[in-house]
Design a protein around this ligand. Structure first.
Ligand SMILES: Cc1ncc(COP(=O)(O)O)c(C=O)c1O
Length: 370
């Protein structure tokens, strides 16, 4: 039995009627740009994350860029972030004219290690940009402490972790700004590209609103350089439906993760760890194995979806060569890039499918406990 890495059909099928109703309402309203569905979704997202304001935009990549710009990040500034993330995190820093400064990760959660962040702060640092990778929170308290002590902005890249929590607080609503991607396979997925930010600062919310619409708060009057990064109204209508069911999706993802944990018990595999006080969104179920190529070949042979997020840390990517980093600079990130493997994960995954995945894995990893 083939098992896909992600299956978007089941969720779309289950919510078809609600989605159809919302999408048709937009079509019939003809308010296709910044229609009422956009502000309704923005309010719903803010409420879900416990923030005062939500502002939609065209993608998670733009959300990061807009958040950085709204925090005043620009040329000459440094922003500390993780090398073990999707390229968009650091790309957004560069797009503002600022410089990404990498700090190594905690090998348990794969998220920014606060001690490494503290060591990376200089007089040019303006912000810290942690990523809640795979759905698990970065250790926010010590990061907030550093940010407060040094007068830095804390911007959360929450592209992968909507639905996760840290000490009871929803991820994305903890720092100065939280950035979201609604890429279709994320924990909240649109039917195309979409993104948003949430914040408790009215000035940041207003600035993102302005920047996403050509730097203008009044039609045809432009205060600063912006871009067209509005959240598509039809996407907002779809996202509103799905956000209503978010808690159930996260519960289902956690149930799938528990099945994996149980089935993988005793195998020489490092399973995901949920740190005390954290609620995992399980955007991904990511394990570590010593012989990844063999394991991947075994999974591929049985048509079982798998992926490596991420095979090359950002400090080693050609695009960031000019930053002057080299192999050995961030050993924990480099170790992770060589050993992580993400297995099929989506809310509707059945227990029999999880067992199929683990059955295929077992043949490849052997029975030795690491
Ligand atoms: C950690 C992280 N940051 C940023 C992004 C960018 O989001 P988008 O694809 O919506 O631009 C993604 C996902 O694609 C991501 O995983």
């Amino acid at each position: 039995m083939a098992v896909p890495l992600v299956d978007l059909k089941a969720q779309t099928q289950a919510l078809k009627e609600e989605i159809r109703e919302n999408v048709l309402a937009v079509l019939e309203s003809t308010q296709y740009i910044n229609g009422p569905s956009v502000s309704a979704f923005e309010e719903q997202l803010a409420a879900y994350t416990g923030a005062a304001y939500g502002v939609g935009c065209a993608s998670g990549t733009d959300a990061l860029y807009l958040a950085l710009r709204a925090c005043g990040i620009g040329p000459g500034d440094e922003v500390i972030t993780t090398p073990f993330t999707f390229v968009a995190t650091a790309e957004a820093i560069c797009r503002c004219g600022a410089r990404p400064i990498f700090a190594d990760i905690d090998p348990i959660t794969y998220n920014l290690d606060p001690a490494a962040v503290a060591r990376a702060v200089t007089s040019r640092t303006r912000a810290i940009l942690p990523v809640h990778l795979f759905g698990h929170a970065a250790d926010m308290d010590p990061l907030l402490q550093i940010a407060r002590a040094k007068g830095l902005k804390l911007i959360e890249d929450n592209a992968q972790a909507l639905g996760g929590t840290y000490k009871g607080c929803p991820l994305g609503g903890i720092g100065d700004v939280g950035c979201f991607s609604f890429y279709p396979s994320k924990t909240l997925g649109a039917a195309g590209d979409a993104g948003a930010i949430v914040t408790n600062h009215s000035d940041i919310a207003e600035k993102v609103r302005r920047l996403r619409d050509h730097g203008s708060s009044r039609s045809y009057y432009h205060e600063e350089h912006g871009l067209n990064s509005r959240l598509d109204t039809i996407q907002a209508a779809i996202l509103s439906v799905k956000l209503r069911h978010m808690d159930r999706f996260v519960e289902q993802r956690n149930r799938v993760a528990a099945w994996y944990d149980e089935a993988l018990e005793g195998l020489p595999v490092k399973r995901p760890v949920v740190m005390e006080g954290c609620g995992h969104a399980f955007g991904y179920y990511t394990i570590e194995v010593d012989n990844r190529a063999t394991v991947q070949a075994a999974l591929n042979a049985r048509r079982i979806g798998n992926a490596v997020y991420y095979p090359l840390s950002l400090h080693l990517q050609p695009v960031f060569a000019y930053l002057g980093y080299g192999l050995g600079d961030f050993p924990k990130s480099e170790y992770a890039q060589g050993n992580v493997l993400s297995l099929p994960m989506y809310p509707e995954l059945a227990r029999a499918q999880v067992e199929e995945v683990v059955g295929a894995l077992k043949d490849a990893v052997g029975q030795k406990v690491r």
